[in-house]
Design a protein around this ligand. Structure first.
Ligand SMILES: Cc1ncc(COP(=O)(O)O)c(C=O)c1O
Length: 446
């Protein structure tokens, strides 16, 4: 009998419940005698079942069927999360420089100013410290968000079109749950936010990547995919795109929207980096007046990822079903966080913070590009601002080796494959300019 065959037989007996959780299995010697298998076959089957979480080995006592929770945990990991580099990256401790991350360094935010606003909010809105928030979102905040969206996109919205969410991740999750039926085809930018690809797959979508060019989504590729099959939605990160840093041009936005109308596709515009823009730009939301566009924003990137305040602006008919899904998945956004964001939008604290931030981002993006270029790094898209630059080096054959070398200096990067649907981005790295310093730069000499 082969080792594989022996493993399969043992697993079948375990699955059939011959031994119950916590029960000890026969010793290796007894199993060798009873089954006529070799010592090696039994040992390797036991080792494999331990690595799969089916058995636990207690030194000196033998092998036991794992408690039900442990077996569940190993089965519950969705296939699309297996070996997820982002998951491991996020578990890295605070002493690392997370150069591959998607957020600003905390030193870039005036936390004293925010602390004062938090105190003010707590004094005036004490009940928000204990009560559930409004399931649609705090009405004064939704009114502020209409003004905020108007400034970001020139688009007029009403509070009845706005739903607050736990950051953009929750917004994208609610939209995916509402739109996608298992087997539906959904388009995303490629490369793109790896979490989104996994989230869509978790909802049963067939995810197809549309190559991101310097102008936005590749129009020829988009047209050919739309002609090939019915498509439910296109999730597009329009400004300072994660991970390339690119922003859609007016012409590109117009043509993407034209194709979406022709093929009856919904555009989910993820604009979490929109407020970094120092000047007017183009959004699908403005062009379409929120008829087939669902617009997603968040305060995670500009202000604080810890607040978990994001929002959806959408056609009025979608608000109620999205609110029902929100009720099921989180009930409400923390009432205190909503009131805090409302306070700083209303009193000008947020506007002052953003003015400084935009200036710093431009300087840091320019500096990072200059240093990387002088060291032979190349990038197809040279963003004028925003956090990211998507770079490769012609002399680095082994990106994994480069990432590991930097990790030895406590600098963490994510492999380009994290952002891929199907294409090979083995040679690319997403570099967050806001974490790029002279000290980090010395390791980029190849
Ligand atoms: C394009 C994009 N959308 C959404 C998110 C998630 O944002 P939030 O922290 O508000 O959930 C990220 C985070 O990295 C992102 O890059």
């Amino acid at each position: 009998m082969s080792a594989q065959r022996f493993y399969t037989l043992l697993k079948t007996r375990l699955d059939a419940g011959e031994w119950t959780p916590g029960q000890r299995l026969p010793s290796i010697r007894k199993l060798v005698d009873d089954t006529g298998s070799s010592y090696h076959q039994v040992v390797s089957a036991y080792a494999r079942l331990v690595s799969e979480g089916v058995l636990v080995a207690l030194p000196g006592s033998g092998y036991f069927v794992a408690p039900r929770t442990q077996a569940l945990a190993s089965q519950a990991e969705p296939e699309c999360m297996a070996g997820d580099a982002l998951f491991n990256f996020l578990q890295g401790g605070p002493h690392y420089t997370k150069l591959g991350c998607g957020w600003l360094p905390s030193s870039w935010t005036d936390t004293d100013l925010l602390t004062k606003a938090i105190r003010r909010t707590a004094r005036l809105e004490q009940h928000s410290l204990v009560e559930y928030g409004d399931i649609s979102g705090y009405l004064p905040l939704r009114k502020q968000l209409c003004a905020h969206i108007k400034r970001l996109t020139r688009l007029d919205t009403r509070p009845g079109q706005i739903l607050t969410t736990l950051g953009a991740t929750h917004a994208l999750d609610l939209i995916a749950r509402l739109l996608i039926k298992p087997g539906d085809t959904v388009l995303v930018d490629e490369p793109c936010n790896g979490n989104l690809i996994r989230l869509l797959r978790l909802n049963g979508a067939q995810v197809i990547g549309i190559r991101r060019t310097a102008d936005g989504p590749d129009l020829a590729e988009l047209e050919s995919q739309l002609a090939r099959q019915p498509v439910r939605a296109f999730f597009c990160n329009s400004t300072f795109h994660n991970p390339t840093g690119g922003t859609i041009t007016a012409n590109n936005a117009f043509n993407v929207l034209r194709l979406a109308v022709k093929h009856d596709v919904i555009i989910v515009e993820d604009d979490v980096y929109g407020d970094f823009s120092p000047s007017a730009r183009h959004t699908f939301a403005e062009l379409d007046n929120l008829e087939r566009v669902i617009y997603v924003g968040s305060f995670s990137k500009c202000l604080s990822a810890s607040l978990r305040v994001g929002y959806i602006a959408c056609p009025p008919a979608l608000v109620e079903p999205l609110t029902r899904l929100k009720l099921l998945t989180c009930v409400a956004v923390p009432a205190f966080c909503e009131r805090f964001v409302n306070t700083i939008l209303a009193d000008g604290t947020y506007a002052g913070h953003m003015k400084q931030l935009r200036q710093k981002l431009i300087e840091q993006q320019n500096k990072t590009q200059r240093v990387l270029k002088s060291r032979g790094w190349q990038f197809e898209i040279a963003p004028e601002s925003g956090m990211f630059v998507w770079a490769e080096h012609p002399d680095i054959a082994d990106q994994q080796g480069f990432i590991q070398r930097l990790a030895q200096h406590d600098i963490l990067l994510l492999p380009g494959s994290v952002f891929a649907v199907e294409r090979n981005y083995q040679a690319f790295l997403r570099i967050n300019c806001t974490h790029f310093s002279t000290q980090v730069a010395q390791h980029f000499q190849v």
